[in-house]
Design a protein around this ligand. Sequence first.
Ligand SMILES: [Zn+2]
Length: 251
Amino acid sequence: MKLTNEQIDLYSRQITLKKIGPVGQEKLLKSKILVVGMGGLGTPAAVYLARMGIGNLGIVDNDKIDPSNLHRQILYNLDEINKNKIEIAKSKLQKINPNINIKTFDLRIDKNNIDKIAKNYEIIIDGSDNFETKFLINDYCIKNKKILILAAINKFDGHIFTFNFKNKKNSPCLKCFIPNTQIEDTSCEREGVVGSLAGIAGSIQANEAVKEILMIGESLCGYILIIDTLKLKFKKIKLNKLKNCICDKKI
Ligand SMILES: [Zn+2]
C-alpha cells in the first residue's frame, strides 16, 4: 500500500514524526479498532482515531441521545436528542474522515454477540459504562488474544489500562485489579462525572491504541494510569498478574 497525495496532505503532521513516518501511517490505515460504547469515552476516542487515519473503525452502541449526555459526549448536539447515537456518530465521523471504513453495530454487546462483533478487530477500546460489559470484553480479549484498552471514570477520577494479550505473555487483566466481579457500578448517573475528564481519558485511550499498533514508546501494559483531575495528578502504578486469575490459566 502506498500513500496517496491526499493522504500525505491529511496526515503530514504525523508522517513528519520520526516514530510514525509514512510506514507508520500506512500501518494505521491498515489497522482495525473496535470502540465499544459511543458515550463519554468512546466519542473522543473515535474522533481522534478517525482523524489520525485508523483505516477500519467499528463502533458499537444502541442508545439514543439524551440531554444528560451532552456535557461529555462530543459527537452529539442539542438538536439531536432522541436520535440513535450510532447513526449520528457514524455520519459525523465519516464527515471528519471520508477515507476510512466505519462499521456500525446498533446493539448492546453481550456474550452471544461479542464474537461476531469483535472477531475482526485487533484492538478493542472499552468505552462502556458498566463493569458487567468490561468483564465480558476482558474475558473475550484474553481468550482471543486481543489488545484491550480500558477506562473507567467517576466524579473527577479516572483509571486507564492497556491489556496486551496479543504480544505480551505476562499481561495482567481487569480481574487482576478487581478479582470480585460482583462489584457495584458507580455509574455517572448516580455519582456524576466531570465532562472534560471523559475527553482526557478517551483521548489517552486513542493515543495508547496508536502506540500499540506502531509499537512505539512505553506500553501502559502492566500498569494502571490513575488520573486525579482535581489535584491534577497522573500516577502510573504497577499492576501484576494475579495468581490463578482467568488470565493466568490456559483457556
Ligand atoms: Zn487477570
